[in-house]
Design a protein. Structure first.
Length: 304
């Protein structure tokens, strides 16, 4: 009995199946980096920002609320690399700690809003009928308001606080997850394998959980990644307008608001560094999301 050797670059099924999870993840990341190096670079930037936020107590040179009255409103120097604000607080330390609050709000809001919207879209697209019609009217009502205006109205109604900001931003993310996942589900539920499972007696819950939900993971990941940048901008805008996370907790939006309150012409370093942090973070997550979309969308795999 002859045995056919595997082609170059292919692994036998037994070897591929026996690879450990870290090896498979590492192989997938390497393939992603080779296929889309620009997105991989911005992915490294995004991961670096997350690591800085997690390790803020070890990285920040000063406590974020500690005032140095000998160096009030001082430009960057050897003691305070990013300068100080109007009451002598170190800008670099507040920037590092502000990343914790801004990223925590963004991740919490996107996870809550996109997940709820995805589950809602899954049920709406699969069940159809009056439930789908009523769901779409609610989603259209939510989408009729600009995201920032809707989030600001909810935050003002519920009161200041981290949880309030997360809920306010999450509600603005629900319509996007609901509509996109609904469109995916409506195309999948007519597929032959779903009809075959239904013919074998599978319940609606089993059809959604076993046959349709796994196909929604890729668009969900794309939505979540790209919406992180939007959530960061909304959080910073709410903080700038004074309806976000209340002081003295540092956030990037609060830092910009404090800079404008320091005088008619705010010090350049109090505007430049928080603005650059917001821009860099939003750009990193948006370009990472574009790369994930290109990698997971089968229609785009052959385009690169």
């Amino acid at each position: 009995m002859s045995v056919t050797a595997p082609e170059f670059g292919e692994l036998p099924a037994q070897v591929a199946a026996g690879r450990s999870l870290p090896v498979r993840v590492g192989s997938a990341l390497w393939h992603f980096a080779r296929r889309s190096p620009l997105s991989a670079f911005w992915g490294v930037v995004a991961v670096t920002i997350i690591v800085i936020a997690i390790a803020a107590p070890e990285i920040a040179p000063y406590a974020p609320l500690k005032s140095d009255f000998r160096h009030m409103t001082k430009p960057p120097d050897a003691v305070h690399w990013f300068g100080t604000d109007q009451i002598g607080r170190d800008t670099l330390s507040r920037l590092i700690y502000g990343s914790r609050a801004s990223l925590a709000v963004a991740f919490g809001a996107v996870l809550l809003g996109t997940t709820f919207g995805a589950v809602w879209g899954l049920a709406s697209g699969f069940l159809g009928g009056k439930f789908d019609m009523a769901s779409q009217r609610v989603i259209e009502f939510l989408q009729s308001f600009p995201d920032l205006i809707l989030a600001m109205a909810i935050a003002m109604a519920l009161g200041a606080g981290t949880g309030t900001v997360i809920v306010a931003i999450a509600i603005t993310r629900i319509p996007f997850g609901g509509r996109i996942i609904r469109a995916v589900v409506m195309s999948l539920k007519e597929m032959s394998y779903v009809e075959a499972a239904r013919g074998l007696g599978a319940s609606n819950l089993r059809l959604m959980a076993r046959h349709i939900l796994p196909q929604c993971i890729a668009p969900y990941l794309i939505l979540a990644t790209t919406h992180l940048g939007v959530a960061i901008i909304i959080e910073a805008s709410l903080g700038f307008l004074g309806v976000g996370i209340p002081p003295p907790m540092p956030t990037w939006g609060n830092m910009l608001a404090d800079a404008l309150n320091s005088g008619l012409v705010p010090p350049w370093w109090l505007v430049l560094f928080p603005g650059a942090a917001i821009t860099l973070t939003v750009l990193a997550f948006n370009l990472l999301g574009d790369g994930i979309r290109d990698a997971l969308d089968p229609r785009l795999r052959g385009a690169v």
